[in-house]
Design a protein. Structure first.
Length: 398
């Protein structure tokens, strides 16, 4: 091995021009070619430090002991081919740009070397291209390093976000679960107080007791909704092939009372089989159909559930003839606790659609709504089409 500090007469003494520092590992058996290569790099504006090797053993030794910006290797050497340096780089876990510098190299061989990972190839009678090729290889290396660094940062931030979400879900679950019992006590004894002393105190006292009872009931409902929201993220059941016809049928069955009271008509055509958590999917459809019934306006609700295959996903639609949604609220309605109406107009805590979004996202899909005020709404959500077949079901009406 010949180093830049060696006393061997490999390179003629020449004054160094101040420029970009470049550490080079040269794989070359010709002292004159080493001199030409280094002079060309210096002429190109580099301040070069270098080591020269001729064998694979010396090459590997230098990789372990030194730090290099670029490897310049001849293609044909007495004991090995320079392209084998690429394999040695990989074995040593080194990501160093490698450029072939050869006296003659067939085009097919050059292309194969590039495919194997060489950054470029330069013919020795065209060394003027070498500085530009080195800068290009270094720039590609920097971009590659920056991309890998960004990917590591992104993965770390994603893990931190996932951990934070898990902790928040755990907190919401524990808080809502543990608050239920004291709230039951407050609600129960407040109701007893109202029943026992109603009419025995003044009118103002009856009003205050009524406020307390109503507040306790609303808090109980809010805690139960929050618990339901946190449970969505805690259900880790394995997904399985699920017939969405049966899932919608179950959701409609759960809404029998509301459908009967409102005179609603729910239609669902033949729906596909998807890979899903059946219980979560039932809750999703129940929330969407239940919302359509709740916000039906002055006419009996008419609701249709359909599905359409689009590329690699199924897009489901739940369409109603209800009161609709103003355009400025279309993005807000999936936010937890976001309400568009007062409790006197419509009951609820504004958590149902947030649960829908969480369920859809847990399945790898997305959810959105199209609507015009007074003209009904269409809630759409997508699910990955993991299975390439369609399960026809009967046209059902309830």
């Amino acid at each position: 091995m010949i180093s830049a500090q060696s006393a061997l007469p490999v390179v003629a003494a020449a004054p160094k021009a101040a420029g970009e520092k470049l550490s080079v590992l040269l794989v070359e058996d010709s002292a004159s070619d080493v001199e030409l290569t280094l002079n060309e790099l210096r002429r190109g504006g580099f301040e070069v430090s270098f080591d020269v090797v001729q064998t694979a053993e010396d090459f590997a030794s230098c990789l372990r002991s030194g730090s290099y910006d670029v490897v310049l290797t001849d293609y044909n050497l007495p004991q090995w081919t320079g392209i084998e340096a690429l394999e040695l780089l990989r074995q040593e876990g080194q990501d160093i740009p490698l450029i072939l510098v050869s006296g003659a190299l067939p085009d097919v061989t050059a292309v194969n070397c590039i495919k194997e990972g060489a950054g470029d190839y330069i013919l020795k009678d065209r060394l003027a291209r070498l500085p530009a090729a080195v800068r290009s290889a270094l720039q590609k290396k920097k971009l590659r390093d920056d991309r890998e660094h960004a990917q590591r940062d992104l993965a770390q931030k994603a893990e931190e976000l996932a951990r934070s979400n898990r902790e928040l879900e755990q907190f919401a679950y524990v808080a809502s679960h543990d608050l239920q019992e004291p709230l039951r006590m407050v609600a129960a004894y407040t109701q007893l107080l109202g029943e026992k002393y109603h009419g025995k105190l003044d009118e103002q006292a009856d009003k205050y007791i009524g406020y307390a009872v109503d507040g306790a009931k609303r808090m109980q409902t809010l805690i139960q909704d929050l618990l339901a929201f946190s449970r969505v993220g805690r259900q880790k059941d394995a997904f399985s092939l699920t017939d969405t016809n049966a899932v919608v049928e179950q959701a409609v069955s759960n809404l029998t009372a509301a459908i009967g009271e409102s005179g609603a008509i729910v239609k669902y055509d033949g729906l596909p089989v998807v890979v899903a958590n059946a219980s979560l999917l039932a809750q999703l459809f129940q929330n969407l159909i239940g919302n359509a019934i709740k916000f039906h306006g002055g006419t009996a609700p008419e609701i249709r559930v359909t599905a359409q295959k689009q590329a690699a996903e199924w897009v489901f639609a739940v369409t109603d003839n209800g009161i609709g949604i103003a355009p400025e609220y279309l993005d807000d309605i999936f936010v937890i606790f976001k309400r568009l109406h007062t409790r006197n107009e419509y009951p609820g805590n504004g958590i149902g659609l947030a649960i829908c979004r969480k369920i859809v996202e847990q399945h790898g899909g997305r959810i959105w709504v199209t609507s015009q005020e007074g003209q009904g709404s269409t809630f759409k959500f997508s699910l990955p089409a993991s299975e390439p077949y369609f399960q026809p079901g009967p046209n059902c009406e309830n």
